[in-house]
Every structure is written in structure tokens, then in C-alpha cells.
Ligand binder design. Structure first.
Ligand SMILES: [Zn+2]
Length: 323
């Protein structure tokens, strides 16, 4: 997992500022249309405080630390009050607020292009799957963006369209994580967090030889190190999302890298770079063509398995190690 600098995200938000302003206005208007008479006094007070939040033009652009303060000041939802024959109604205040904010529509319309611009196309937790999920829509199949809410939308519905509260991820990680809090900060202004991911992959010393001797990818053994990753609830990243097991199913990617490491030795790479100098590829572009994936940590979110591929390509000497 690797963070993205808040300033980069802000510059992209700037390009969408009219759309984001319209989202805030629409949410504000619809929140006021909620029939508050059906709720308890505590819920009405809560709803009023949520409406008040949306009077701030920049509410959807609040940074992670500002969101933290707002979350503490606003507090949790009051106890539910809508019952039918002693059973809680399916639709409670949290759902009315989420509906007014239009999260479901934004997920289908605005968020895909917004996150494409930021450069997130693979799960920010496992880096092994895309952030889209296919769903049935009548007779059609739609591709829908999967988004995890850092602060869950059921507990903090007023944050469900706040842009810095949205973490694109794959469907399996979203289901497995559910509302468990994650200490990982996808958006940060801490420069040290945007240059290096806090987990890495290696293959064991004997893996390369064993594979070259047998040509059987199953003889490759992946080592996954997540010791620097903050816990997900009470679990390690590995036990929360089974990252190693998922990557173990893709050993053929590593088998190709081992073969490439035999073909693309330094002298052959020099010849190729010289022969195709007209393409004006920089070193990273050139390395990317060879390994078939991104080579820089900051690009991990752009493609599944990029982290494993770049780590093992470096270990095999196919690309240069980061100093
Ligand atoms: Zn995932």
C-alpha cells in the first residue's frame, strides 16, 4: 500500500470543481427535503447538524485531518427510532442521509472519471484486482466502481461523498474489510509515505534455480513482508486480505520475469535501447516495456500486480533497485 500526496489530489479536484460544487449543493437541497417529523428529537438534531455541515461550500473537499475533527464534533448516529411492529425499519436515518447525498449515483457517474484522473485503477489494499465490479442492471451488465469508505457510510453517512473519505478497492477486500477501521492513510501530506509502499515481495534464493531447472512455476516461492503495515482492526494486512494466497496464484508472472532476466542482460538491453532510440523512451518507460508493468512505487495503483512485479524484477536485476 502506498499513499498519494494530498496536493496531487487537490489539483485534480480543482479540475472538477464545478461538478463537486454541484454535488454539495444537491446534497444540501435534498437533505432539507427529508421529512424530519418521522424521527426522534435526537435524530432531528443530528440531521440539522448534518445540514449545517453542507452549508460549507468546501465540505466535500475537507482533508483527512479536517474530516477527523468533523467526525469527532458531529459524533455518531443517535439510536434508531423507526420501528414497525417492534422490528426496526429497513430504512433508517443513515439511509435517508446517504440517499440525499446521492452516493450511489456518484459511484456510477463521477467517481470513475475522478479516480481515473488520480491514477487509481487497482485495489489500494491488495493491488491484485481492479476496482470495478460487474453488476446486473436489468438485462445489461454494468461495470461499477467499488469504493471503500474510510469512515463507514452506515456510521458516518454525512461523510459518504467526502472525497478524501473514499478509498477505491476490489470487491473482495471491501467485503472482507467491511466496517473494520484501517490505519492506512491513502491521502497524506507526509512525503515519506508517497515514495515507498509499506509492504514488499521477494522470491526465495532457490526459487530462480529451481524454476530454471524444472520450468515449473510452482517451484517459485513468494515471500510477502507486511511487517511495516499498520494493523487492519486486530489483524495483519496478510490475514485481513490474504495477499500472499492471491499472489501465489500468479506465479507465472514471476516465471516470465525469471526468463526475461536471462534474456535481457545488460548488454542486450543497451543494444535494444540504442536500436530503438527514436522512440525516445526514458529508463522507466523502457523497463516498463520489458517487465510488462509499472516500475515505480508511486504508480502501484495503476495496475494489478504491479508491486509484486516491480519488486521481483528488481530482485532479479531486470530493473534498477531504488536507492
Ligand atoms: Zn483488494
Amino acid at each position: 500500500m502506498i499513499s498519494i500526496h494530498i496536493d496531487k489530489v487537490k489539483s485534480i479536484q480543482e479540475t472538477f470543481k464545478l461538478e463537486i460544487a454541484a454535488q454539495r449543493q444537491s446534497a444540501f437541497d435534498k437533505l432539507q427535503l427529508i421529512d424530519s417529523t418521522i424521527f426522534s428529537i435526537a435524530e432531528r438534531t443530528y440531521l440539522q447538524s448534518v445540514i449545517q455541515l453542507f452549508t460549507d461550500n468546501s465540505f466535500l473537499l475537507k482533508t483527512p485531518s479536517e474530516i477527523e475533527t468533523i467526525k469527532i464534533n458531529t459524533g455518531g448516529l443517535p439510536p434508531i427510532s423507526l420501528f414497525n411492529n417492534g422490528k426496526p425499519e429497513k430504512k433508517q436515518l443513515t439511509h435517508y442521509i446517504q440517499e440525499a447525498l446521492g452516493y450511489t449515483q456518484l459511484r456510477n457517474t463521477f467517481y470513475p472519471k475522478y479516480f481515473r484522473n488520480i491514477g487509481i485503477k487497482s485495489c489500494v489494499y491488495c493491488n491484485s484486482q481492479l476496482t470495478v465490479v460487474l453488476i446486473k442492471n436489468g438485462t445489461d451488465i454494468d461495470a461499477r466502481l467499488e469504493v471503500d469508505h474510510h469512515y463507514s457510510k452506515s456510521e458516518f453517512p454525512f461523510l459518504c461523498i467526502s472525497l478524501f473519505n473514499l478509498f477505491p478497492c476490489c470487491s473482495s477486500c471491501n467485503k472482507r474489510k467491511s466496517s473494520t477501521p484501517v490505519n492506512f492513510k491513502l491521502y497524506t501530506d507526509d512525503v515519506s509515505k508517497i515514495v515507498k509502499s509499506d509492504y514488499d515481495f521477494k522470491i526465495t534464493r532457490t526459487s530462480k534455480c529451481n524454476f530454471l531447472l524444472t520450468k515449473d512455476a510452482e517451484n517459485i516461492e513468494i515471500k510477502f513482508n507486511d511487517s511495516s503495515v499498520p494493523p487492519i482492526g486486530s489483524k495483519s494486512l496478510q490475514s485481513a486480505f490474504s495477499i500472499k494466497e492471491i499472489h501465489d496464484t500468479q506465479k507465472d508472472i514471476i516465471a516470465e520475469l525469471i526468463i526475461k532476466s536471462q534474456i535481457y542482460n545488460e548488454s542486450f538491453k543497451r543494444i535494444l535501447q540504442k536500436s530503438f532510440s527514436k522512440l525516445s523512451l526514458n529508463q522507466n518507460d523502457f523497463d516498463r516495456v520489458i517487465i510488462g508493468n509499472y516500475t515505480e512505487e508511486k504508480d502501484i495503483h495503476k495496475r494489478p500486480f504491479s508491486k509484486m512485479t516491480m519488486d521481483i524484477a528488481k530482485q532479479l536485476g531486470l530493473t534498477k533497485k531504488t536507492p
